[in-house]
Ligand binder design. Sequence first.
Ligand code: T5A
Length: 223
Amino acid sequence: MQGRLIVFEGVEGVGKTTQLQRVHGWLLAGKWFGQTGEMPSVVVTREPGGTQLGLGVRQLLLEQRGQELIQAKSELLLYAADRAQHVETVLKPTLSKGAIVLCDRFTDSTIAYQGYGRGLEMSLIEQLNQIATGGLTSDLTLWLDLDAEIGLERVRQRGGSDRIEQSDLDFHLRVQAGFLHLHQRYPDRIVRIDANRDEAAVTHSIQHILMQYLDRWYGSALN
Ligand code: T5A
């Protein structure tokens, strides 16, 4: 059976990584799955940086390097290169074995950040996403919705902002608007989660949504 790709998206500091780890633990504990049959394995990955090549690309993208500004098109192409490697060497093989893949960011980040944020042409981004993914899309994207300013404040409190986090507030507000538009365009694939609550409340909402999708996908195998 083909696996399922579940993606976590949102603005900076929205709590994706925290929630992805909680969901990982919950899925592994297996209470959602029935006693019969073999539970799918669960794999965690991320973009950028889900491969060896991707780790190098992630450094290039996120570290502040001297005075040279990375151009928007160069940035877009680096994300696409990271994704092409990730899809071919991690996502496709893992999904073909039937695993549930939890991925921190995917194609919708490129639309929100490089499209809405940087203002690059959407047709160019969609073309590159298509080339990098070969048409692979998420089965479910959990969009953690939080005011960009609150997310940036969380990042500040944690300490150590990266190159993209250091962009001005208007950029982050455009990214946030981008995620809202994507959710409105694909309401079944991109589900909104109110991330302006404590971690446990956010996890609870995610589990509620996930149960509906897991039921659709695995039906009678569920508890
Ligand atoms: N990017 C990525 C593009 O521009 N284009 C693309 O195509 C792709 C794929 C990647 C960067 O690249 C950009 C987007 C990003 O700028 P990243 O590391 O994946 O970098 O993304 P970040 O959003 O920067 O990851 P962060 O780790 O900073 O944020 P998370 O994962 O959303 O948040 P998390 O879980 O680490 O939590 C942040 C802080 O908030 C606290 C946590 O304890 C932590 O201190 N927190 C909460 N506080 C209060 N209430 C809650 N509910 C909380 N949940 C977490």
